[in-house]
Design a protein around this ligand. Structure first.
Ligand code: OAD
Length: 234
């Protein structure tokens, strides 16, 4: 196997679960009591903007009550200490990676503390509630919406993600069910490139069979142990 220099880490809801943020596919397949398609599609936003905005207002407000856990902290430590390339791609819309100190980070599904203008595409940092019809400071359109990549929309930064996976030696997936593409397909891209692939998840996921190795357990234990192992061998 080639020596490991370039690493891409993909994180999902499981990395924030122990901080108290609900995963998407929890009991009954509901996300905080809603079907994902009722709050996470362009059709839902058009049909019931108040519901969708309110849903994300609550998720945004809830960020004030949570803190990074040992998994976020370990990934930030990896960024500080790893001498090769590292990119963390998160599907999460919380800001716990940033708050743990991670900088080399892409939010491929958007961010709760951001608003997106549906008219001009401007993205602006946003805290507090975001009522439907809020005005964009750039174009003046009354069209600010939660900056969340809904089903059917193209995730952010795909060109940078493709490039990073195309040159990585190790791809690590943490706390994601492997149910949502394109992220669920990243492991195949890494396999095609000849990278080593590792999954860290609470339980076997839809994609487990596609990784060289799957380690099962809570992220707060598995991630610090893996980071320590990697840094010790550097
Ligand atoms: P899911 O809720 O689908 O999956 C969470 C995964 O984390 C599951 O495989 C759990 O077993 C695992 N898990 C739970 N607790 C864990 C823990 N303490 N330690 C480790 N693993 C744990 O969430 P995602 O895969 O992130 O998209 O969902 C992907 C996308 O689907 C989301 O980004 C979102 C959603 O629709 C958008 O919002 C566009």
């Amino acid at each position: 196997m080639q020596p490991i220099r370039n690493i891409v880490v993909l994180t999902g809801a499981g990395v924030s679960a122990e901080s108290g943020i609900a995963t998407f596919r929890g009991p009954g397949g509901l996300w905080e009591g809603h079907r994902v398609e009722d709050v996470c599609t362009p059709e839902a936003l058009r049909a019931d903007p108040r519901l969708v905005h309110r849903f994300y207002d609550l998720r945004r407000a809830a960020l004030a009550d949570v803190a990074p856990n040992a998994a976020h902290v370990a990934l930030a430590e990896l960024e500080r200490s790893w001498t090769g390339e590292l990119l963390i791609v998160t599907q999460n819309v919380d800001d716990l990676h940033e708050r743990a100190g991670t900088h080399r980070l892409l939010h491929m599904h958007g961010a709760l503390r951001s608003a997106l203008c549906a008219v001009c595409g401007t993205r602006v940092a946003h805290t507090g509630p975001l009522p439907p019809g809020s005005r964009c400071g750039a174009c003046g359109g009354a069209a600010l919406r939660p900056d969340i990549v809904f089903f059917g929309e193209i995730p952010y930064a795909m060109d940078r993600i493709v490039d990073a996976i195309g040159t990585c030696d190790l791809f690590v997936s943490i706390g994601t069910s492997g149910a949502v593409y394109p992220a669920a397909g990243f492991v195949e891209w890494a396999n095609d490139r000849g990278a080593a692939t590792l999954e860290l998840n609470l339980e076997r996921s839809a994609g487990s069979g596609r990784f060289d190795e799957s380690r099962l357990g809570p992220a707060s234990e598995l991630v610090p142990a893996w980071v320590a192992e990697l840094l010790a061998g550097q």
